[in-house]
Design a protein around this ligand. Sequence first.
Ligand SMILES: Cc1ncc(COP(=O)(O)O)c(C=O)c1O
Length: 383
Amino acid sequence: MKSIYFDNNATTPVDPLVCDAMLPYLKERFGNPSSPHRFGQSAKEGITMARDNVSALIGCHPERLVFTSSGTESNNTAIWCAVLANPDKKHIISSQVEHHSVIRLLEFLQKHGYDIQLLSVDQQGELDLEELGRSIGERTALVSLMGANNETGVIWPIKEIGEIVKSKGVLFQSDAVQMPGKVPLDMKEIPVDYLSISSHKIHGPKGAGAIYVRRGVPFSPLIFGGRQEKDRRAGTENVPAIVGFGKAAELALSHLQRGVDARLKTMRDYLENQIKTKIPEVKINGAGQPRLPNTLNAGFRYASSEAMVQEFDEKCIAISAHAACETGTVEPSHVLRAMGIEEDYIYGTLRISLSRFNTIEEVEVFLNILPLIVQKSRQLFPM
Ligand SMILES: Cc1ncc(COP(=O)(O)O)c(C=O)c1O
């Protein structure tokens, strides 16, 4: 049976062109980019090219980009920058629906005396921008709000948010890990101080991420050691992964310019409409908001996410109940909890996230199987 991968918000398959670009850096171009000889300089060239491509994807100057190991490290770095730059300010604003790479660090800071304010969202995942404006005060060190939610795909207006935050003279960080390649991003347009992105969400390899740092904003490295990344992130660079990230970024931009977002949206909307037609008692979470074109989060009343994910897996179809890093927890996701999704629906939620490698034929295979799997799961639901 041919397998179908519909879990692209967890991670994406590496584009074969990305693999090709990486291979020389695992073989003959293996040098340490800090070495002055030709082996080193050849590896360094790979990093320079990657920096140009990744910065082009988000519309920033290449020097404003610091390579990290992941989106998680980028988020952690940015938050620490703001904390260390403002030792007298102990208030941080974020939201209840952030990724755990933000939430768990904020929980840690809370234990160490910080006043952490997590803004709530409504049933559609929308943020109250007036509440945000009212919440920012003299003691606020940072506002950390994501650009797009990994579970529902709901997109927040980070340009508008940035304008509110910057009008109060406060640092603004955004987790944009799910955005590149799906929606256009331009750092010249968005008044954000720090922005996090990650290679493995855009058909690049795992082990590479980046943080955009606006010129002039405070920066303190998270990791100390050598002088890599202009003293901003020590440790010998993961050259093959960074090169792969660069190639993935180049491809993501070119696919976006050729309308991959519209193609994904057509496929997602078809899937969504068919689900609503075929299955009774289903709710699409976040449907009333702007959403990533590839993401669909559907709650099936009286069904079990875990049972359905397993049934699909047995049919070689990969989907998820919630964020991959929380798999194993029986509890519904904190994102859906924060949105106040009803108990009848919250335990039967599926996240389907598409990529440019998916086809409408795969969507049809999924739709053919779905009614039976939902029905079977509903019979199991403990009433
Ligand atoms: C919104 C969001 N932020 C951060 C991360 C973490 O990125 P990484 O897996 O590169 O550490 C993820 C990954 O799932 C994500 O979806």
